[in-house]
Ligand binder design. Structure first.
Ligand code: HEM
Length: 184
């Protein structure tokens, strides 16, 4: 049992009803009606049109001060009022992965302000980052990002996406699909 493994099962069942599926860049993903989030190595349902898998992991870029600010402000997923969610699977290109760690950090934060921008939206938006790259030779995405928030924060979430996508970090994103959902 790996408690860090999460599977997003797209099909006709699951508590999250998909309201829109938008391809931002790259190859689309087959639209589904519903999504279930399954943790650990549980048996996965057979009805699925697709299953995306990722593991939570240690942080790569966050400094001591940023980590403290994040833990002071961030909320956990699953709050009662958080009836909206977004699953955004992303892939970065070979040029990104060929960079050194310090060059990636510099693009991620010093140039693109990913954490500084993100912090403005806490605690309204709760998030979980999953890594896929090391799971298998050919995973369709490098990251699965998952967020939940209340109805009143939907506009703020759109603003957050617009701000992040303007940064230099996003020039390396070669596949991104934005799936928006609402809980029954
Ligand atoms: C809610 C506000 C957000 C905050 C506070 C936030 C914070 C962070 C932090 C701290 C990391 C670095 C983790 C590490 O050190 O390894 C990170 C990574 C990442 N975030 Fe966000 N983020 C937010 C929103 C978003 C959104 C909306 C997206 C997608 C559209 C996103 C996509 C990613 C991706 C793909 C990574 C991994 C980057 C890489 O390792 O190359 N984040 N985020």
């Amino acid at each position: 049992m790996n408690p860090r493994l999460f599977s997003f099962v797209g099909g006709a069942k699951g508590p999250w009803q998909v309201t829109s599926t938008r391809t931002i860049v790259g190859e689309p993903l087959t639209p589904v009606e519903r999504i279930a989030v399954v943790s650990g190595d549980q048996a996965l349902p057979s009805h699925a049109k697709w299953i995306l898998r990722g593991v939570t992991s240690n942080e790569r870029y966050t400094t001591h001060a940023e980590k403290r600010q994040l833990s002071e402000r961030q909320a956990s997923l699953g709050r009662t009022e958080a009836r909206h969610a977004a699953l955004i699977p992303l892939r970065k290109n070979a040029a990104w992965w060929a960079l050194s760690q310090d060059d990636r950090r510099s693009l991620f934060e010093e140039h693109s302000k990913h954490i500084a921008i993100g912090l403005k939206y806490l605690p309204a938006i709760a998030r979980r980052l999953h890594h896929c790259r090391d799971l298998a030779e050919q995973e369709p995405f490098d990251f699965l990002t998952f967020f939940d928030f209340a109805d009143v924060d939907s506009v703020a979430f759109d603003e957050l996406l617009a701000e992040l996508r303007k940064g230099a970090e996003w020039e390396f994103v070669d596949r991104e699909v934005e799936i928006r959902m609402i809980r029954d």
